[in-house]
Structure formats: structure tokens, C-alpha cells
Design a protein around this ligand. Structure first.
Ligand code: FCB
Length: 445
């Protein structure tokens, strides 16, 4: 049974919930917004489960005050959201859409009125379609366009928003988007995907001084999806495969962000797919940050597989009975292990868990409530894992649960519910789940 309580955490520890623009906002063609790569991708047959699209999502754009009140009701002290690039710069560069900025003014002001600290993510995968048409992240100019977008947003909101996350999960937006093809833009080209990782990291580094210049006392970071990597057996082949796999999954991002080159072993494996790097890029990528965001969901167990993609590795399903609705193993001890590993190997800035959560097939019961005890238990066990990591010397600044609302879960559409608040997508009715009530009582102490 989990045992941690709020008082075991420092007074300034951030407790938050996370969302992203494309997954909740809807209003995809309202007030000047234009399509992102995800709008285009979702319109292609067969890309998203059940043919779902993010067009309406949770219609958060029109339920803003209600959703802000729900955040407040959870008792959290911080809210992580993302800004929709195509709402601000509908063509990616050029003309700024005032109505888009005005929406985030209302959001930020509403948070501050309720005493909730905004944590803003600039990029949670919704690249403006015109930038993809021009070559997307494999093209270097996209990194420059991102720095310009960061300038526009930070000029406008920097007087009120102090926590800035450049990118969410570069691994997903690049490897899943340009190599595995499961995410927008749905391409399958390894060299393009690796070049995209470099440009995403470069754009992070280019944005840091821009944001700092516009925002007094800015706290800047990036949010990475990281995984503890375990081996499928004691064999030497599996052990080496796990090292290679960890190379692209974790070290490929952590190393350059912490002032090291890209890992040599991964560069070797990539061969001709290694990225083209301009002199000075690595120094830009290694720009100083104030926190490291980590999104944690599961560990990966790795076996050697000569045909298994660029790292010649294969993910083996764990022999687990405790799994979420995604089939992801519930493995809180992996969070402690991961945090200790990152601390030991990188001596990073203070860490914030910027996402952690679970999907279950929630339903509204006859009594009108959603009895999702498993989600509450999942969160509480991961909070225990944080406490253990802190006892082991990890410097932790906060914990954000994914997610405030059930929402558009990318290629899974509306079939995977992650919210502390249930959303009926037919009528947009919100219902606080038992897990949301549990979090509020945990935070009350
Ligand atoms: C993460 C994403 C987030 C959400 C969760 C379940 O990879 O950053 O948007 O989809 O997974």
C-alpha cells in the first residue's frame, strides 16, 4: 500500500496536472487557427483509431473557465499546458494571429487569478502544416522558425509565465513521426528522422536565449520521455542490445543537452543516417537550463534482434499482470531507478516529472461517479517512488499528472482515457473521477 503524504515533500514542491493544446482545445478552424500536421494526419484514412480527429477534442477553447475551475478543484499548484503554434502563427512564420494570443492571455490570467502557476510548453507536436510542406523537422529552417515562434509567445506571455518548456518528448515527434510512421507526419525514413532529432534539439537551444531575453526570471527546460532499460536475459547479446537501445532512446537526447557530443556508439550504428551537424550546433544545444522535465510511463525490456531497427533491438513484453489500458506495465520502481540513473550520469538541473499517468477504460457508474481506484493507486505509488528517489539524493522540483481531462490520445483517438476528469465527448460534460477527488484529498493533507 502506498504511504507517502504531501507533508513529506518540500513546501515549494510543484503539484500539477498536464495537458497539450491539440489533445484538448478543439476549435481547430476557429479564430484564425490553421491546420497542424496532426490535423492533416488525422484526416488520412487509417491513421487514427476509429477515424477520430482532434477537430473538437474537449472543446477546451470554449470551456476554458469551467476547466480552470476543475484545475483549481484538484488543489494543484501548477498547470502544464502547451501553446498551439498554428493558432499563433497559422502559416508557421510570418503573420501573427492576435486571436490566438488572446486565448492564451485568458488562460494564463485565469490560472493566476486562481493562484495556479503556469508551466508553458511551446511544442507538443502540432507543427503548422505549411512548415511540414516545406520539409518539416528534417529541414534546418524549421529550427529557426521555432525560435521566431518562441519569441512571439514569450514576448506576449513572459510578464506572467515564468516556466518555459521548449519541447515535449522529441523522441516521439521525430522517431515516431518520421521513422516509425505511427505519428504525424507519418513518414518512414531513418535519416530524415535522425536529422529531425538534431533540428528539434537545435531549436530548443536557439529558443533558450530568446525566451530569457523576453522573460525576467525565466525558468527554462525541455521535457524528455525517458525509460529505464532492462535486458531480456543474461546473454551478452541482449546486454549489448540494451546498451544500444538505451543509446537512441535516452542518451541520444540526454548527452548533447548535457554538453556531450551525440553518443559515439549510436553514431556508429546509424552510419550514413547520422545527422548533419553545423559547427557550433552542439554548444547551442547544451545551453544552460533551469530544470529537466521527465515524462515517465514504463520501462523497456530489450532483446537482441539483428532485424530490429536502427539499434538492432526488440522490446519484449514484460510478464506482468498489473498493466494499464494501453498494456503498459505499472512499474513505479522504474521511476526511482530512472531518476537515480539520470542524476548519477548527468548531474542535471532539478528534475520535474512533467508527465506520469495511466489510461483505464473508465465508465460513468449508475451513481453518476467514475470509480477509477486503479488510477489513484497508480498515482500514489508513483509519488511513493518519487519520495524514494529524493531519499536517494535526487533533486526533484515537481510532479505533474497526465492528464487533467480525457482527451485525444494521438493515434489512439478517443479510445484511451487518461483524465482525472471524465469527458463525455458527445456533449462535453465533465465529471470529476474518484482519482481526481483522491488527488485533491492527498494534496489537502
Ligand atoms: C505522452 C505524451 C502525451 C500523452 C501521454 C499519454 O507520450 O506526451 O501527450 O499522450 O503520452
Amino acid at each position: 500500500m502506498p504511504r507517502s503524504t504531501r507533508v513529506q515533500f518540500p513546501g515549494d514542491f510543484r503539484w500539477g496536472v498536464s495537458t497539450s493544446a491539440l489533445q484538448i482545445e478543439g476549435a481547430s478552424d476557429i479564430d484564425g487557427r490553421r491546420p497542424s500536421v496532426w490535423d492533416t494526419f488525422a484526416a488520412e484514412p487509417g491513421r487514427i483509431r476509429n477515424g477520430d480527429t482532434p477537430t473538437r477534442a474537449c472543446d477546451h477553447y470554449h470551456h476554458l473557465q469551467e476547466d480552470l475551475d476543475l484545475i483549481k478543484a484538484l488543489g494543484v499548484t501548477a498547470y502544464r499546458f502547451s501553446v498551439s503554434w498554428p493558432r499563433i502563427l497559422p502559416r508557421g512564420t510570418g503573420a501573427v494571429n492576435e486571436a490566438g494570443l488572446a486565448f492564451y492571455d485568458r488562460l494564463v490570467d485565469g490560472l493566476l487569478e486562481r493562484g495556479i502557476e503556469p508551466w508553458l510548453t511551446l511544442y507538443h507536436w502540432d507543427l503548422p502544416q505549411p512548415l511540414e510542406d516545406a520539409g518539416g523537422w528534417p529541414r534546418r529552417d524549421t529550427a529557426l522558425a521555432f525560435a521566431n515562434y518562441a519569441d512571439v509567445v514569450s514576448r506576449r506571455l513572459g510578464d506572467r509565465v515564468k516556466h518555459w518548456i521548449t519541447h515535449n518528448e522529441p523522441w516521439c515527434s521525430t522517431i515516431k513521426g518520421y521513422y516509425e510512421g505511427e505519428f504525424a507526419p507519418g513518414k518512414r525514413d531513418l535519416a530524415a528522422a535522425i536529422q529531425a532529432t538534431h533540428h528539434v534539439l537545435l531549436s530548443h537551444g536557439l529558443a533558450l536565449p530568446v525566451v530569457r531575453n523576453n522573460v525576467a526570471d525565466a525558468k527554462c527546460g525541455i521535457a524528455l520521455s525517458l525509460h529505464p532499460i532492462h535486458t531480456a536475459s543474461d546473454s551478452e547479446a541482449d546486454r549489448l542490445a540494451a546498451i544500444r537501445h538505451d543509446g537512441l532512446r535516452n542518451r541520444w537526447f540526454l548527452d548533447p543537452l548535457h554538453g556531450r557530443d551525440y553518443p559515439k556508439d549510436v553514431l556508429r550504428e546509424l552510419g550514413t543516417a547520422a545527422p548533419k551537424i553545423v559547427d557550433g550546433d552542439l554548444a547551442i544545444i547544451a545551453g544552460q537550463t533551469d530544470f529537466l522535465g521527465i515524462n515517465y510511463y514504463f520501462r523497456e525490456i530489450i532483446a537482441d534482434d539483428p532485424k530490429g531497427g536502427p539499434m538492432r533491438s526488440r522490446v519484449v513484453e514484460p510478464d506482468a499482470t498489473d498493466v494499464t489500458g494501453f498494456g503498459w506495465e505499472v512499474y513505479p520502481e522504474g521511476l526511482t531507478e530512472l531518476l537515480q540513473r539520470v542524476t548519477r550520469d548527468y548531474r542535471p538541473a532539478p528534475i520535474a516529472i512533467t508527465e506520469n499517468g495511466a489510461t483505464y477504460p473508465d465508465e460513468i457508474s449508475a451513481d453518476g461517479a467514475v470509480h477509477d481506484d486503479k488510477r489513484a493507486l497508480y498515482i500514489h505509488r508513483h509519488i511513493d517512488a518519487l519520495r524514494a528517489a529524493m531519499d536517494g539524493g535526487v533533486d526533484l522540483a515537481g510532479y505533474f499528472t497526465w492528464s487533467l481531462l480525457d482527451n485525444f490520445e494521438w493515434a489512439e483517438g478517443y479510445s484511451k482515457r487518461f483524465g482525472l476528469v471524465h469527458v463525455d465527448f458527445a456533449n462535453q460534460k465533465r465529471t470529476m473521477k474518484d482519482s481526481g477527488r483522491w488527488l485533491a484529498s492527498f494534496l489537502k493533507g
